[in-house]
Design a protein around this ligand. Sequence first.
Ligand code: ATP
Length: 255
Amino acid sequence: MSETAAPAGVHDTDVPPAVIARDLTKVYGTAGSAVRALDGVSVAFTRGAFTAIMGPSGSGKSTLMHCLAGLDTATSGTVHLGRTDITRLRDKQLTRLRRDRVGFVFQSFNLLPMLTAEQNILLPAQIAGRAVDRERFDRIVDVVGLRERLDHLPSKLSGGQQQRVAVARALLGEPEVVYADEPTGNLDSRSGAEVLTFLRDSAASLRQTVVMVTHDPVAAAYADRVIFLRDGRLVDEVYAPTAETVLDRLVKLES
Ligand SMILES: Nc1ncnc2c1ncn2[C@@H]1O[C@H](COP(=O)(O)OP(=O)(O)OP(=O)(O)O)[C@@H](O)[C@H]1O
């Protein structure tokens, strides 16, 4: 895939993408020990689309997500979230941007054990001093199917339910993008399917942009699009993936 052309995923007729990375590089270490984790990645993420990032171990998936999300700084290149070039922001501005404009879902659910499901969902809004949109709260709680569980502590919820709380928490503030890092890595396949269905439904019905790193072709098949990395480069992509097409591309990449 050419790096000088428009970033993969940009089409003339599209509404402006939620996130665009241009010629992103990330080098860890120096001189003899330098590792080029990202090597000129240009990619755009369409508003309201659910995209999975895949590739062999060490191909740069986590590094790409961390640079896109402002959790790590790129060595060169730019990342735009809407109109903001996040690679030009100072630490304080980045912290505010992550709090106000980005949602995160991690493999470990990161819920506070002494707070109920509802309190966990509301916590970021409270910390940021944001008014809660109760209508959106109700809509999200219904989409994730947590209505009956709102007053439960995390310890009384299954892994899948805990992750759905984490997803609801990430969505409540209407972030411009939700980054999910192996969100089903700690779940059995049934709970994983529930969480992925919810991520897909929230992209579709709430027009939520979702970007997910996963190793699992079955998980990637829930996305609208899968992009593939190898050796820090974007080398392939599939729209409307199935587990079979994803697996097939992965096998080709690893051979
Ligand atoms: N903090 C770091 N310091 C040095 N090298 C790093 C660091 N983080 C990642 N790397 C290297 O950068 C490359 C890309 O790593 P990254 O974790 O992004 O890959 P990945 O595709 O997410 O891998 P995995 O599927 O195993 O999680 C690897 O060679 C890795 O060893």
